[in-house]
Design a protein around this ligand. Structure first.
Ligand SMILES: Nc1ncnc2c1ncn2[C@@H]1O[C@H](COP(=O)(O)OP(=O)(O)OP(=O)(O)O)[C@@H](O)[C@H]1O
Ligand SMILES: [Mg+2]
Length: 416
């Protein structure tokens, strides 16, 4: 078997070859020669029958005797070439040496036409046919692949639409859950506060502990609800925001004060370095508070035994820099960027401190929408982590001009 025939066998696909000859013994001989190609042979004994067979089936190539009674090979070929569906089917004429081939072939310039003189060389005939069969099979496979590709493109579009729909449904669901949980939670916290305040009579010392747990868990749940709501708002691009000029010292101190209660519960120490008093930013107070709460809560939650949190504020050119540092569990290096993704948590579900894995995602989104950033600037498992927030400073007019001039000078000295 030659190379092409071997390739055909490897393709594992089959097609049909049409053999046209008025003599049964010739058909038999042809069939014998082409058998090793492993394709299906359809034998007919006249031009008319050939045209009939071509109506029913698709053929890779036609082998046709030129001299046949009635419609001869040339005339049959002319009709085949005339039909739209069959005009590209290649034809190999089988002819005696003395037939006037040149004149005849000139009429069939369109499509592949070839000839083989009788008596033919079997292996040469086989190779010629094999080439056409291979071409046909490849074209067919290509056609099939194109169809599949088109189909899968359609599938993809449908999938994208479904995903979009699902995502909208998810946002709507989160929103609904958020709002529906918020109201009863406010009631729970409100009653707990009234109980503690003695609005319902004196509070027995024994009731203090359960009351504290109740308040603590209600706070935890409220935080989760706020996070869920924020995530839903971020996804649907509808984050309510009202930016105002803020003192960094004030927002940081407020966040630390909010964290004191929880810190006490887990016996954690919160250390705050000296905060420069002149730093001002333009931000949504609620957003920046959420960011600091999340970072401090993380530091407490993942701070190991006896957590220790240090918050430091500094100024770096035209940015206020807030660093929240702990010496807790740390984060493995391959997770450094991933912890900012939605629903990504360091621990397996059910293990570790409770949480949704949305905290850092929400923080980063809230900051970035106003040109601020949140980075994990260092974290080593077993040693601790440092998250850093950078907020663009709200500069007084002359200072702003000075910063712009300074930048201009720097870029000039860089380029020049
Ligand atoms: N200070 C930290 N030290 C060690 N690991 C941390 C720290 N902060 C975050 N991580 C890791 O990053 C993960 C993602 O934090 P993120 O705040 O986004 O979600 P969460 O704390 O799991 O849940 P929640 O949505 O309630 O905040 C955490 O599960 C934790 O594994
Ligand atoms: Mg968290």
């Amino acid at each position: 078997m030659n190379e092409t025939a071997q390739r055909l066998a490897a393709m594992g696909e089959k097609t049909k070859v049409l053999l046209v000859d008025d003599r049964p013994e010739n058909l038999l001989a042809l069939e014998g020669v082409l058998k090793p190609l492993g394709q299906e042979m359809v034998c007919v004994s006249s031009g008319e029958e050939a045209l009939g067979a071509l109506l029913d089936d698709e053929f890779a190539v036609i082998l046709m005797d030129v001299r046949m009674p009635g419609m001869d090979g040339f005339e049959t070929a002319a009709r085949i070439k005339h039909r739209e569906r069959t005009r590209h089917v290649p034809i190999i004429f089988l002819t005696a040496v003395n037939d006037d081939l040149d004149t005849a072939l000139r009429g069939y310039s369109e499509g592949a036409v070839d000839y083989i003189t009788k008596p033919f060389n079997p292996s040469m005939l086989r190779s010629k046919v094999a080439v056409f069969v291979e071409l046909h099979l490849k074209t067919r496979m290509l056609r099939e692949q194109t169809r599949l590709l088109q189909e899968s493109n359609t599938d993809l579009a449908a999938l994208a639409e479904a995903a979009d729909k699902a995502s909208r449904a998810k946002s709507a669901f989160l929103n609904m859950v958020g709002h529906e949980l918020r109201t009863p939670l406010t009631v729970v916290s409100g009653y707990a506060a009234m109980l503690r305040a003695g609005d319902f009579g004196d509070v027995d010392e024994r009731m203090m502990r359960p009351l504290t747990v109740l308040e603590e868990k209600a706070d935890e749940l409220a935080e989760l609800v706020e996070t869920l709501l924020s995530a839903a708002q971020i996804e649907s691009g509808s984050v309510p925001e009202s930016a105002e000029p803020l003192e960094v010292a004030e927002v940081v101190t407020a966040a630390v004060d909010r964290a004191r209660g929880r810190a006490q519960l887990v016996k954690a120490e919160i250390v705050v370095g000296a905060i420069p008093s002149h730093l001002r930013v333009e931000f949504d107070r609620g957003h920046i508070g959420r960011v600091l709460d999340n970072l401090i809560n993380n530091a407490l939650a993942y701070g190991g035994e006896n957590p220790w949190v240090r918050i430091s504020v500094s100024e770096d050119r035209d940015h206020a820099v807030i660093a929240v540092e702990d010496h807790g569990d740390g984060i493995p290096v391959e997770m450094h960027e991933r912890v900012f993704e939605r629903f990504v948590r360091g621990s397996q579900p059910g293990a570790g401190p409770p949480g949704s894995g949305l905290g850092l995602y929400v923080c980063r989104e809230l900051l970035e929408r106003r040109g601020a950033t949140l980075e994990l600037t260092s974290s080593v498992p077993g040693e601790g982590s440092c998250f850093t927030v950078r907020l663009p400073l709200l500069l007084p007019q002359p200072a702003r001009v000075a910063v712009l001039n300074q930048r201009r000078r720097e870029s000039r000295s860089l380029t020049g």
